[in-house]
Design a protein around this ligand. Structure first.
Ligand code: SF4
Length: 299
């Protein structure tokens, strides 16, 4: 069966995506919606988004409605949400399925895409590849794009990505839904090759420059996957074990919020073959954590 095309996105509405109501754009890959989905603006009043609430209620219950009503506390669009819905201002940043309200994280990602901070060290030049939206529930912190990801601009669009999706038991459509999964590598641009072969490590300037600000814009993350030693070094610090294998073996010390994994490149096949517990213990636990994190009722 032919696989469906990958959605076109890069963390903000796709170039050429259909422009909806002021500041609210529908990404190009989404199917058309009727006028009631677009919301209306009355001069001098805050914008109110109209949702098909009965349909939402049937499929997702009252929590689904509450989630979809939590729009843009910090957005320059001044979108509104119901008062007293129990959401904190951070939680309220934005979630409206099918739409992206231009908010601080989008603005930050636009800034990221113009970054040339370490351009002199990048053999193919800067092309930051990072995907994040405030509604994301899973955060994957990997290493850096390879050449295929650099060429396509689509994160994890290579064999490592295939292996990671298999580990997580996610198909491409769920994996590439930025309202579910944020993809933030340690280095956003392709770092080149090592003299002896293999990709160079992520640029060390990148994560200190951008990560804190991006992660601050992801208030709903329930599970963070640290794929590889570089991500584990930054985010586990002294809590990681002496070797990457031992850090992964000790996954229970970090779960359920954090899951350390080997980087899913071909190099990890030796580790996974030598350590059968990875397939019998780690992967089933990972898949369960992923399902729980994506469950809309798991708040
Ligand atoms: S690797 Fe990071 S710091 Fe360097 S140019 Fe790309 S985005 Fe900027």
């Amino acid at each position: 069966m032919q696989e469906a095309p990958i959605p076109s996105f890069d963390g903000v509405p796709a170039e050429g995506g259909e422009e909806g109501y002021a500041g609210v754009r529908r990404p190009a890959h989404l199917p058309g919606r009727n006028r009631h989905d677009r919301g209306r603006h009355v001069q001098g009043r805050p914008r109110v988004f109209r949702l098909r609430l009965p349909a939402v209620a049937r499929s997702e219950g009252l929590r689904g409605i509450a989630r979809r009503m939590s729009i843009g506390g910090h957005s320059p669009v001044r979108s509104v949400t119901r008062d007293g819905d129990g959401n904190s201002p951070r939680r309220r940043q934005h979630t409206l399925q099918g739409f992206s309200v231009i908010g601080p994280l989008d603005t930050l990602l636009r800034e990221v895409r113009t970054c040339r901070h370490c351009a002199a060290s990048l053999p193919l030049g800067p092309r930051p590849v990072v995907v994040a939206r405030p509604a994301a529930r899973i955060l994957v912190i990997g290493q850096a794009p390879g050449t295929r990801v650099h060429e396509t601009g689509i994160p994890w669009n290579d064999r490592s990505g295939d292996r990671l999706r298999d580990w997580m038991a996610l198909d491409r459509h769920r994996f590439y839904n930025p309202d579910l999964v944020a993809l933030v590598p340690m280095g956003f641009c392709y770092p080149g090759r090592l003299p002896r072969g293999g990709d160079a490590p992520p640029r060390p300037e990148c994560a200190p420059l951008w990560h804190d600000r991006i992660l601050a814009g992801l208030p709903d993350i329930r599970l963070t996957i640290l794929a590889g030693a570089y991500a584990q070094a930054r985010y586990l610090g002294p809590r990681r074990a002496r070797t990457l294998t031992d850090t992964v073996r000790n996954w229970r010390e970090h779960a359920p919020r954090v899951m350390p994994l080997p980087h899913p490149s071909w190099r990890s096949t030796g580790l996974t073959r030598r350590n059968p517990w990875f397939e019998t213990e780690v992967l089933p636990a990972l898949r369960k954590l992923v399902e729980t994190a994506l469950d809309p009722l798991s708040d």
